[in-house]
Design a protein around this ligand. Structure first.
Ligand SMILES: Cc1ncc(COP(=O)(O)O)c(C=O)c1O
Length: 431
């Protein structure tokens, strides 16, 4: 890695890094295929009647797990974000799990349930997914386990979905996991194993246990293509919402996206989907805590060997629990290396400031990880690196026609007391 970048990372200052490996979307040779995105969209449609039966809150949406696209002109002004149109993609309020993780975790658990029920002969090979709601399927699933390692939100999404189908569910949590997430899981009948270690260690231990026991299905956040493609279907949803608002995305009207990144599955899956829908007109940036920039350190070091944030002298300590990940998914960086525009980092204090601004100027309840997305436009429009990116892609004169989408990845399920303390902290830092 470049010495200057290393020094800036070690100084823990927020920075923007532009990915030199970004190329034309169609030229990207990656280990997945575009038709896996359209397949995931079709799978979600097929799962909708089952989702409607499993979750009361999905009755009105026809079983779709989808979020609003919210225009946030006031918030953008309060953050000094300048020209263009600014939106929050409201995954903080996604049904079922209150975070972007509902798009991946629920998808993988339901598809696993479907294939297991077929394999065990519990439903006919051509039965629709809604057949999983039958009592005899649920009873049989009670002797099968779904396990996952999580900093919190993936555990909520996998645990809730697994219990809804009648599975035994075990969530392995890292030391960073917030107590309210543990409590909520236990209320849903999920068994929680708390590790006094970081996220990677919790996942490794859960994977080992699952390998030794064939009754355990392990949702592997570091390697799962199912999770990745569950997230990717969000791109078509966003595309429909932009069309509804008559917002073009093309060479004259660029789309900038800011996606909070932990292990990389959620932002990677969404970004991969977006690149299939919008091609080179979608400019995807990941955002990571300044102490946990795992995707940045890996991409900036090349992909020959795994590099984690401890290797460059960082602590991986951050209030953004969903992003407290030391080493990025190697699968995700393989896919994203030719497709990602860049990564910017954030200081924890800014997360709280922006969380308070999101409440006070847009009425949005975000958790600290999600608030990270709000700093993207400023990083792009006001840093030398961001300006360089715009110049390199011929976009300097097009910022007035640009659309910025900040992907708010979680927050609506944060208990009131906890949220109020975040808010107070943010307001105190801001004033
Ligand atoms: C709120 C929130 N944002 C972003 C992320 C990052 O997702 P991923 O770990 O798939 O990169 C997480 C992960 O748990 C999260 O909980």
């Amino acid at each position: 890695m470049d010495e200057t970048l290393l020094e800036r990372l070690q100084a823990v200052e927020p920075l923007m890094w532009i990915n030199p490996e970004l190329g034309p979307t169609t030229a990207a040779h990656v280990p997945v295929r575009p038709d896996q995105v359209t397949e995931a969209e079709a799978n979600w449609r097929a799962l909708a009647p089952l989702l409607q039966q499993c979750f009361e809150e999905l009755e009105d949406s026809g079983g779709m797990i989808a979020s609003d696209l919210i225009e946030v002109a006031d918030l953008a002004m309060a953050m000094g974000q300048g020209a263009g149109r600014f939106f929050v993609k409201g995954d903080h309020a996604l049904p079922v799990a209150g975070s972007v993780k509902a798009r991946g975790g629920v998808y993988e658990v339901l598809l696993h349930g479907l294939s297991l029920a077929r394999q065990l002969g519990l439903i006919a090979p051509d039965a629709p997914p809604a057949a999983l709601a039958a009592g005899k399927v649920r009873d049989r699933f009670g002797s099968c386990t779904v396990a996952v390692g999580s900093t919190g939100n993936l555990g909520l999404s996998v645990g809730i979905a697994a219990r809804a189908l009648g599975f035994r569910a075990v969530v392995h949590m890292s030391a960073d996991a917030k107590p309210w997430k543990v409590e909520r899981l236990r209320r849903h009948g999920v068994e929680v194993v708390q590790h006094q270690a970081d996220y990677g260690t919790a996942v490794a231990s859960a994977r080992l246990q699952a390998e030794a026991d064939p009754s355990i299905y392990f949702v592997d956040d570091e390697r799962s293509e199912l999770l990745f493609f569950g997230y990717s279907a969000a791109a078509a949803e966003l595309s429909g919402q932009l069309v509804e608002r008559n917002i073009p995305v093309d060479a004259e009207n660029p789309l900038f996206l800011y996606l909070p990144c932990g292990i990389g599955g959620a932002p990677g899956g969404v970004a991969y989907g977006l690149k299939q829908v919008f091609g080179d007109h979608a400019h995807c940036f990941f955002v990571e805590p300044a102490q946990s920039p795992c995707a940045l350190v890996q991409l900036a070091s090349g992909l020959k060997r795994a590099v984690n944030v401890y290797d460059v002298g960082l602590t991986n300590k951050t209030e953004a629990d969903g992003m407290a990940v030391a080493e990025v998914s190697q699968f995700v960086v393989q896919v994203m290396q030719p497709l990602l525009s860049g990564v910017y980092t954030v200081a924890d204090d800014d997360l709280f400031r922006w969380l308070a601004l999101a409440q006070d100027h847009a009425g949005l309840q975000l958790e600290p990880s999600a608030a990270a997305c709000l700093g993207g436009p400023q990083m792009l429009l006001s840093t030398a690196e961001g300006q360089g990116y715009l110049a390199q892609h011929g976009l300097v004169a097009k910022t007035d026609q640009a659309t910025h989408v900040m992907w708010a990845t979680g927050g609506s399920l944060v208990p009131d007391e906890e949220y109020q303390s975040f808010l107070q902290k943010g307001r105190a830092l801001r004033d």
